[in-house]
Design a binder for this molecule. Sequence first.
Ligand SMILES: *Cc1c(COP(=O)(O)O)cnc(C)c1O
Length: 476
Amino acid sequence: MPESSDHRRSIPSVEKVLQALHSSTLPRPVLTKLAREELARFRSSESIPSADDVIQTIRLRVDAFSRSKIRRVINGTGVVLHTNLGRAPLSDRAVRAMVENAVHYNNLEYDLETGLRGGRASYLEHNLALLSGAEAATVVNNCAAALILVLKHFTRSRPEVIVSRGELVQIGGGFRIPEILEASGARLREVGTTNRTVAADYVPAINDATGLILRVHRGNFHMEGFVESPHVADLSKIAKQFHIPLVEDIGSGAVTNIHAASVMEDEPTPAEVLGEGADMVCFSGDKLLGGPQAGIIAGSRDAVSRLKQEPLYRALRCDKLILSALQATVDSHLERTDQNDPSQEELPVLRLIRTSVDELNRRGVELLEKLRDLPGELHLGTAQSQVGGGTLPKTRLPSVALGICPRAPLTLETLSLRLRQSDPAIVGYVEHNVFKIDLRTVFPSQDEDLVKSLRETMATDRAERISAKVQSKSGS
Ligand SMILES: *Cc1c(COP(=O)(O)O)cnc(C)c1O
């Protein structure tokens, strides 16, 4: 115990704090740790507030920590594949498959025909290969892992990997092609220039140490002007001539025709890239494929089976939950027949991308109606959604946003913060001094929650203003 003095005695005990925080849902050891840390901070500080203020400060810390738990968020950013918000939301079907196989035993690695050990997720691998237009396919933790596995395998005896200088890109936080290459132990051999690389540039770089030609899809930015990059077909001719494997990291995993949704850019599909002569492709499971986080590798039967024998494969493989969700997602793609009815689309990512502006407007008008009596100004405006997740950088999907101009003293910053703190949390964006919620990325089933959170947040403000007034009166 620290030496006691008058003011030190006013610091409440841990038990007292825990009693005051009994309604918190945090596990008791966590509460105890947070309380101890805060109390220690108060003890070592110069001036010590009243016991009530100490408890209130601890309560705020505990509440903020509780809210940091991974939980539901209403995505009002208009970015469909938002990496910070968990990328692709899963389909009901994927979630059902996941839960079903999670709570029961399953045939993950068991062949029910023979009663012997079977291939891991062989149904999924079979269907994934079909969807990718490949002989074979397999799955690892994410696309970065897929790339590392591929690099590791093909550079075992020949360490050099040829990459165009125009493709030495960074994708999202901490994913840089040169660093991934280094991590896999491969040696980078750069060819061409940042803006122009042609197939002929690769030929002089090929030598006895060349293990692989790697192409990386520049998914998250767009170059215009004096720009050229080699076609897969041309590169493939060179690769075949010198017996060097050609692998493309296509990143986004668009397997379906997304042009229906006013998407103007060309996103290569695995089948196209393989059809043009690449030996292998890898892409993400949770981008345009609309499934769980995963990295898919598709290519020749021989190459895929050799990759699966790598010791590293064992460390990068996915668990039954991911494989179950991915299995359902892949079947959704394979079963798609009517490309034009977005309401029948099973995969949320594609449904969100294809929602019409008319439909968004209709929901917007309904929302406004339900929020009419709130203080501040609310209106509907046009917005531009993005696909995100390092895909289709030029594409803007016309959309509708709910705009909120808070009334003083509520500021935009405070409004944004309170909405992030509400349950479910709402994440929007500020543009031209208006807080906006793009309705494209809000599920229709969340409209009620949106209304509830907005009401609570803006009404809380009223309550707090009143209590602030009362306090300043009683204080004077
Ligand atoms: C997104 C992306 C990656 C990283 O994918 P993860 O699944 O997040 O590891 C790699 N390469 C490209 C081209 C990408 O677009």
